[in-house]
Design a protein around this ligand. Structure first.
Ligand code: Q9C
Ligand code: ZN
Length: 344
């Protein structure tokens, strides 16, 4: 299996997030990717650059005005004479209008963002576009016959919707990979999201679609981010009815509970019988993760890789979250190595 990586991810750095009442450096850092990269190299997994896939391909998933906004938001903030962090401070909640897009930068940020944990710095757009290209390149390689490919995306993507960003995510890398597979040669694609947090963006993008199945295991939104999506009663609508499956799990879930839910997810994917699989590979399910509350240990990640490989589908694995920086490399390589049939 090849890995796809761009050094442009490092342009997205230095941002602060509002976390439990304080402005702190984001948990989502460039070091995460440096650690994964060295683990890939140590495991002799070949790392290649993304292709120059045109920006127009983003519009298969994202709204054009949203893409224009992301590209220009940092410059607009500066042009309006602002200092400090490009973060929203107000949102169109119940009772407020969401049909008007304010022309000022503060209102525009609140219109497109859904949290204050996702800063836009000078290099955010370049990094996000490069990550999207990594995911679409992995999809292209799998469409061309590779059994699997791993996109080392940063920033992550699964919280980003058609025209919304948040949760450290700007462009939805996994959704772009799934759509790319459909546009090339697949008729049906399953997305399995194993990040600790519900993939609200991916769910929204494919909510009314019958050519993409979305299956997610995550900490219950009753207490866990993103709080407002990811409950078991969300099943899809219209043509998409029954093609979304949410398996929210209690905080403190360890391997036994996790394995059972993963079995349910894999059974649902087998029933859907897709032509290919996209894995939103967050590893913030690890017991040592600083912002999450599952209890998986290192040795469980090769088991996850083996179970995913058991589906025997052409597969694009897309990096999402995972914030235990010291362990993140071994954990990711644990999944990938077992997926590719190598002993852990
Ligand atoms: N008290 C991903 O893993 N902050 N995003 C949560 C919880 C945002 C996570 C605060 C977490 C976003 C891709
Ligand atoms: Zn996460």
């Amino acid at each position: 299996m090849k890995a796809i990586h761009s050094p442009l991810h490092a342009r997205h750095e230095g941002g602060m997030e509002l976390f439990r009442g304080q402005l702190v450096p984001t948990f989502e850092t460039p070091e995460r990717i440096a650690v994964i990269l060295s683990a890939l190299e140590a495991a002799h997994i070949e790392v290649t650059a993304p292709r120059d896939i045109p920006e127009s391909r983003l519009l298969r998933v994202h709204d054009a005005e949203f893409v224009t906004f992301l590209r220009g938001a940092h410059a607009r903030w500066q042009a309006e004479g602002r200092q400090g962090n490009v973060l929203p401070s107000g949102f169109p909640a119940r009772g407020l209008r969401r049909d008007r897009k304010p022309s000022g930068i503060s209102g525009a940020l609140g219109y497109y963002a859904f949290d204050a944990s996702t800063p836009i710095v000078a290099g955010t757009w370049e990094a996000a576009f490069a990550a999207a290209r990594c995911a679409m390149t992995a999809a292209a390689m799998v469409s061309e016959g590779e059994a699997a490919a791993y996109a080392l995306c940063r920033p992550p993507g699964h919280h980003a919707g058609r025209s919304t960003y948040g949760g450290y995510c700007y462009l939805n890398n996994a959704a772009l990979a799934a759509q790319y597979l459909l546009d090339e040669r697949c008729r049906r694609v399953s997305v399995i999201d194993i990040d600790y947090h519900h993939g609200n963006g991916t769910q929204e993008i494919f909510w009314e679609r019958d050519d993409v199945q979305f299956v997610s295991l995550h900490g219950t939104p009753d207490t866990e981010y993103p709080w407002f999506l990811g409950y078991a009663d969300e099943r899809g609508e219209g043509r998409g009815a029954g093609h979304t499956l949410n398996l929210p799990l209690p905080t403190g879930t360890g391997w036994d509970g996790y394995q059972a839910a993963l079995g349910t997810a894999l059974d649902a994917i087998r029933r859907y019988a897709p032509d290919a699989l996209v894995v939103s590979l967050g590893v913030d399910t690890f017991a040592g993760d600083p912002i999450s509350a599952f209890k998986l240990q290192r040795e469980h990640y090769p088991r996850i890789g083996g179970l995913l490989a058991g589906l025997a589908l052409p597969t694009v694995l897309v990096q999402e979250g995972g914030y235990a920086v010291a362990e993140i490399g071994d954990i990711v390589v644990g999944v990938l190595g077992a997926f590719a049939g190598r002993p852990a």
